[in-house]
Design a protein around this ligand. Structure first.
Ligand code: R1P
Ligand code: URA
Length: 298
């Protein structure tokens, strides 16, 4: 028996029009969205709202908080970790929002450049890093590379520039770095972390990334899916791209110096960045304030 009564196997929704995993329906999600991994980060950001319109946790671990900031509706969604969660989030929120969307990911990352824990990295582009599963288990595919590295996808240039400028104003120029982000299908093997329990063949992975992309700065697990889906998004009527995306990451792990951020420094970084991120979205000049909170959802 399904946990929830759903209709439409192609794109399941419940009787109230809520999507299967994120549990959002028309009116819940603003056109301006911030997505984070950690629900605590979402709650901390939401403290900057002048008013909260909606707070809802889904049975699959998504948390939606929609609020008003400077008279503009903004939604913060925490999605957990990984490419599939980003895919659920982008597709299910896109399905219930009318008009264009601007989405900023505010995540954490490992630094493979000079950025230190607590610094911010703005991802001008992102590429995917995927374990080449067959290489490890099919003797006939041993000659293939153990990791597949995709082409880069750009973030929206205008949104990215606006975000980066505001973050530099708030954090100081020297604390904000820019470059290409590697978005991996694992925190461990596909980010070049070494261990003895599995065959990973990843000792040369980080140098390989830096050789392929001279501006490689960070490693995380969702930005490439966001940039990819934004690039292939289309308005049903006009066929034009319907999502703009940008991404800022707090450095949690310094992969060169082997240092990890403290909880206090992480909280300070969130507090310093939130208004810059919200202000970036407020300045998006589409007429996309189509939030009509549904009776009972607020
Ligand atoms: C791994 O610890 C998680 O942290 C990063 C990675 O992308 C992955 O989701 O981002 P968030 O802090 O947004 O979750
Ligand atoms: N998130 C990641 O995916 N990797 C890191 O090293 C730190 C945060």
């Amino acid at each position: 028996m399904p946990v929830f009564e759903m209709s439409d196997a192609n794109f399941p929704v419940d009787a109230e029009g809520r999507t299967y995993h994120v549990e959002c329906r028309r009116g819940d999600i603003a056109n301006r969205v911030v997505t984070v991994g950690d629900p605590q980060r979402a709650k901390l950001m939401a403290k900057k709202f002048d008013k909260i319109l909606l707070e809802r946790s889904s049975h699959r671990g998504f948390l939606i908080i929609t609020g008003i900031y400077k008279d503009v509706p903004i939604t913060v969604v925490s999605i957990g970790m990984g490419l599939s969660m980003m895919d659920f989030f982008v597709r299910e929120t896109r399905a219930v929002v009318d008009g264009p969307m601007s989405i900023i990911r505010f995540g954490s990352c490992g630094s493979i450049c000079d950025a230190k824990p607590g610094n911010i990295i703005v991802c001008t582009s992102s590429y995917g890093i995927m374990r080449n599963y067959d290489h490890f288990t099919n003797p006939f595919k041993k000659a293939e590379s153990p990791y597949l590295i995709t082409d880069r996808v750009q973030g929206d240039p205008t949104l990215t520039l606006s975000l980066s400028t505001k973050l530099k104003n708030s954090m100081g120029k020297d604390s904000v770095f820019e470059g290409s982000n590697g978005c991996a299908d694992s925190f461990y093997g596909s980010q070049g972390r070494l261990g003895s329990n599995f065959v990973d063949e990843n000792e040369n992975l980080i140098p390989t990334l830096k050789k392929k992309y001279s501006d490689a700065v960070s490693l995380e697990m969702e930005a490439h899916m966001l940039y990819h889906l934004a690039a292939v998004s289309k308005d049903a009527q006009s066929g034009e791209q319907s999502i703009k995306a940008a991404c800022a990451l707090i450095v949690f792990a310094d992969r060169t110096g082997n240092e990890f951020i403290t909880p206090e420094a992480s909280q300070i970084a969130v507090e310093h960045c939130t208004e810059a991120i919200f202000n970036t979205l407020v300045e998006e000049n589409f007429k996309g304030n189509n939030l009509h909170p549904v009776e009972g959802s607020v």
